[in-house]
Design a protein around this ligand. Structure first.
Ligand SMILES: Nc1ncnc2c1ncn2[C@@H]1O[C@H](COP(=O)(O)OP(=O)(O)O)[C@@H](O)[C@H]1O
Ligand SMILES: [Mg+2]
Length: 239
């Protein structure tokens, strides 16, 4: 049985059909790539699965349980977490406090949440920044902080929404190693990314969205050679 199963997921904003009956699944321990040009619906998919938006139609199942349309805190409790394309930490709070807010989900006592937050910060390489206000962190470390906040929720499935954007090649290599480490801890990952090199490296299987529709699915080499995929990218040149 698939760990996460999306069936016929649809979402419109006024006249824009951001998701059109999208179906795919993620197995325990898998890293699945989710790619597609800008505006193809990738972030909307994350939003509808993790409770920031309600789908108009379709089903989301996690471990066999129907979690369709759960609000974000309940989705998090069920095991779904995500990072944001533009992280928005609580700027006046320290890195540790930012992560502890998430850790409170599983550790109601503040001391325990702080301890869990420290562990997660170490995991993402931010142990040395735990006492700094988030406002003092440069963007690469803000991304790590955002990831730490998601990890503090102890997800079963983690959605990474363009975490490599704006990183230099050496930071990207560190990012790839970190994603592998998280996956090795047993977290299934949906990896959304435009930096195709990292997609090919990390994902044995990718799903392609175009105009809200799943147009291809398979190993990256095959999918990237698929005429529908080539056309999707060429049709939005520069995306
Ligand atoms: N909250 C919203 N209100 C109106 N339109 C939206 C909203 N969120 C996304 N859209 C539209 O839905 C489409 C898909 O956007 P998005 O999911 O952000 O794509 P991607 O993440 O693949 O770049 C776009 O046309 C976008 O403008
Ligand atoms: Mg997006």
């Amino acid at each position: 049985m698939a760990l996460l199963e999306l069936t016929g997921l649809s979402k419109s904003f006024g006249g824009v059909r951001a998701l059109r009956e999208v179906s795919f699944s993620v197995d325990e321990g898998e890293i699945v790539g989710l790619i597609g040009p800008n505006g193809s619906g990738k972030t909307t998919l994350v939003n509808t699965v993790t409770g920031m938006e309600r789908p108009d139609a379709g089903r989301v199942r996690l471990g066999g349980r129907d979690v369709t349309g759960l609000p974000a805190p309940s989705a998090a409790r069920a095991g779904l977490a995500r990072t944001f394309q533009s992280p928005r930490p609580f700027l006046h709070m320290t890195a540790l406090e930012n992560v502890a807010v998430g850790a409170l989900l599983h550790a109601p006592r503040v001391a325990d949440a702080l301890r869990a937050a420290e562990e997660v910060l170490a995991l993402v390489g931010l142990a040395g920044s735990s006492g700094l206000p988030a406002s003092a962190l440069p963007s690469e470390r803000r991304k790590r902080l955002d990831l730490a906040r998601a990890l503090a929720l102890r997800p079963r499935v983690l959605f990474l929404d363009e975490v490599m954007a704006g990183l230099n090649p050496s930071e990207q290599a560190d990012g790839v190693a970190l994603v592998r480490r998280l996956n090795a801890l047993g977290i299934a990952i949906v990896y959304i990314e435009h930096v195709m090199k990292t997609v090919v490296t990390l994902c044995p299987r990718v799903v392609v969205l175009d105009h809200g529709e799943r147009v291809a699915e398979g190993p990256p080499a095959e999918v990237l050679a698929d005429p529908r995929v080539v056309e999707a990218y060429l049709g939005t040149a520069g995306a």
